[in-house]
Design a protein around this ligand. Sequence first.
Ligand SMILES: C[S@@+](CC[C@H](N)C(=O)[O-])C[C@H]1O[C@@H](n2cnc3c(N)ncnc32)[C@H](O)[C@@H]1O
Length: 266
Amino acid sequence: MQELFAKISDKFYQELNYRAQHPMPPMNLIRNSGSIDVAHYIDNMSIYTKDVIEQCMLKRNSKVWEIGCGAGRIANGLINYLTVEGSYVGIDVDPEAVAWCEKNITVRNANFEFYPVNVGNNYYYKEDNQQLNKYDFSYLEDRQFDCAIALSVFNHLKLEDTRQYLQEIGRRLNRNGVAYLTFFTIDHEFFAFQERTKQHLSLNRHKNGIWYGYKRQSFFAGYESTTLEQLLAAANLRILNHSPGSWAQKKNSRIYLDWYLVTSDN
Ligand SMILES: C[S@@+](CC[C@H](N)C(=O)[O-])C[C@H]1O[C@@H](n2cnc3c(N)ncnc32)[C@H](O)[C@@H]1O
């Protein structure tokens, strides 16, 4: 038996071990989250949960808000970190993902809550009907959270949705709170990558500083750096740290997407 386990790589063993302890979402939800399979889901859960904890300096009793929580990749990681004095609220437009998280995460961790977001234009899953979404988070309090997370969400959302979410983050973060946000930033390194690899050639400049492409889960929203900085500033979010994304082979990248750590000046 020991010989058998010796043949199994550490990574695979870690996956088996994690699966034995925690229920895993069904494949359709794993894919909607941006993972190709369970192993990728667990890998990304470990990488990003660790990164969020380190970069946001999360405490065990921190209060966390995740926008676009999907099938609980980060929530599943944070259940091993946050104590009952801490809390987590996850929101998503996919009611199936929210229901899965409630049934499998909240049931064992009452301080982890999940809420569906009802939008008239759910262009991540359906055809874009051009309707403008209006978000209502009146069930949340101002300055309720120490940390907000939006991982691989705003790169799939149109300007008006992202603008509203950034405003909400500015409003719901407490004074020393921070937000871990990712984007596709359109900059000279992206254009060099596009030229070199001929990828993303069909992106269109939607309007000044904003680039859109593709459809549904592949919907691509990219922001030029100055546009993004203006969007953050308009929500009273101040940039504390930033790293370029490896998605466009940018130099000094830390993670796949362009990453911003911001704090609220509200
Ligand atoms: C690429 S997945 C990332 C999921 C999760 N953040 C993670 O890293 O595991 C994008 C997520 O954004 C959600 N989403 C799409 N449009 C949204 C919106 N308008 N508001 C909130 N969530 C949205 C999707 O349902 C999906 O779960």
